[in-house]
Design a protein around this ligand. Structure first.
Ligand code: HEC
Length: 145
C-alpha cells in the first residue's frame, strides 16, 4: 500500500515537473520574439531620430566624399583629424584644434561648438538633448559603414 502511494506521488511529481517545464518553455518561446521586436524597434527609433537630427546638419554638410557645402563633407569623419578635408577653407581655430573626431569629441563639439572650438565658423547653437545627440552620432556612425 505504501509503495503504491509513493509511486503515485512520484508520478504526480514528475507530471508536475513536465507541466511546469512546458509552461516555462512556452513562456520563453512567446517572450523571445517580443523581446527581439522591442530591441529592434528601439534601435529603429534611434536611427529615425538620428536621421531627423541630421536634417539640421544637412543644410551645411553632406555625407558624400569630396562634396563640401557651407561646411566640409562629413564622409569618414570618425577617426579623422579636424580641419583636414581637401578643398575646404576652415577657420584657424578648427585647423589648429588638434582634435581627432570620435564619438566623444563629436559629442562635445556638437553639444556646444563654440565652447569646444572657440572661433569656429560653424554657426550652430548645439544640441542640448543628450539622447538626441547620441541618436545623431549613432546615425552618423551607421551612415559611414
Ligand atoms: C550653418 C551651417 C552648419 C550647420 C547647420 C552645421 N555645421 Fe558643422 N560645420 C560648418 C562649418 C562652416 C564648419 C567648419 C568649421 C570651422 O572651420 O571652424 C563645420 C565643421 C564641422 C565639423 C568638423 C569637420 C572637420 O572636417 O573637422 C563637424 C564634425 C561638423 N561640422 C558636424 C556637424 C553636424 C553633425 C551638424 C549637425 C548637428 C553640423 N555640423 C551643423 C557648418 C555647419
Amino acid at each position: 500500500m505504501e509503495s503504491t502511494n509513493s509511486k503515485l506521488v512520484g508520478i504526480a511529481t514528475s507530471m508536475l515537473v513536465i507541466m511546469i517545464s512546458r509552461v516555462v518553455i512556452i513562456a520563453m518561446v512567446m517572450v523571445m520574439p517580443m523581446m527581439i521586436t522591442m530591441v529592434m524597434s528601439a534601435h529603429a527609433q534611434d536611427m529615425k531620430s538620428g536621421e531627423a537630427m541630421f536634417r539640421q546638419c544637412a543644410a551645411c554638410h553632406t555625407l558624400e566624399a569630396g562634396k563640401n557645402k557651407i561646411g566640409p563633407s562629413l564622409h569618414g569623419v570618425f577617426g579623422r583629424k579636424a580641419g583636414t578635408v581637401d578643398g575646404f577653407t576652415y577657420s584657424d581655430a578648427m585647423k589648429n584644434s588638434e582634435i581627432t573626431w570620435d564619438e566623444k569629441t563629436l559629442a562635445e563639439y556638437l553639444r556646444a561648438p563654440k565652447k569646444m572650438v572657440p572661433g569656429t565658423k560653424m554657426t550652430f547653437a548645439g544640441i542640448k538633448n543628450d539622447t538626441k545627440l547620441q541618436d545623431l552620432i549613432a546615425y552618423l556612425k551607421q551612415a559611414m559603414q
